[in-house]
Unconditional design. Structure first.
Length: 187
């Protein structure tokens, strides 16, 4: 069952749910809005940056970013969470304020196999996260769009050049024939 704001508060009191750096203003009727943290890495720059120093994080169209949140969440086996980008920012980009929302679900019974993967207790962007992004050989969607736009400009330029040559060819041919005629007449 989706947890309401009251259920989220109660789960925090009973330690079923922990939100470090909790901000009451970020608690919504049935979710909690997290804020952009101090580490980020975009698919275009591929280096770790601190968005707090610049006051913003620019993600190229079609690109993506790995980011940390200001909050740190810990869920017991009786709580599940679903994280999603707030629609406001999906339309406008990210700034250093609540940017994604977490919906918490109270499970009917505790999970028999709680999550215990490599990201368990991870704080920040890991070395393996950075290496995976740096090693990525493919283009982002934004890079594909840019490459296609460049290709379109090159094709237009080539097409314009061909049109000019098509216009100039008869003139040059007539000039060449005239030069040959003059040379033949002079012999």
């Amino acid at each position: 069952m989706l947890m309401t704001d009251a259920a989220i508060r109660k789960a925090m009191e009973t330690k079923e749910l922990t939100i470090d750096n909790f901000d009451e203003r970020a608690l919504q009727p049935a979710s909690y809005d997290t804020r952009l943290g101090e580490e980020a890495m975009t698919s275009s720059r591929r280096e770790k940056i601190n968005p707090a120093e610049k006051g913003l994080l620019i993600i190229a169209p079609g690109g993506f970013a790995l980011v940390t949140t200001h909050e740190r969440l810990s869920l017991s086996p009786t709580v599940a969470g679903h994280i999603g980008l707030r629609s406001y920012y999906a339309k406008r980009g990210l700034v250093r304020e609540p940017f994604c929302t977490v919906e918490f679900f109270h499970l009917a019974e505790p999970a028999t196999k709680p999550y215990s993967g490599e990201s368990q207790r991870q704080a920040g962007i890991s070395v393996s996260d950075i290496q995976n992004l740096v090693d990525a050989q493919g283009m982002t969607f934004g890079q594909v769009i840019t490459a296609l736009q460049d290709l379109g400009q090159n094709v237009k330029s080539l097409s314009d050049s061909v049109k000019t040559l098509k216009w100039m060819f008869p003139v040059l041919l007539a000039f060449g024939i005239a030069v040959i005629a003059v040379l033949v007449a002079l012999k």
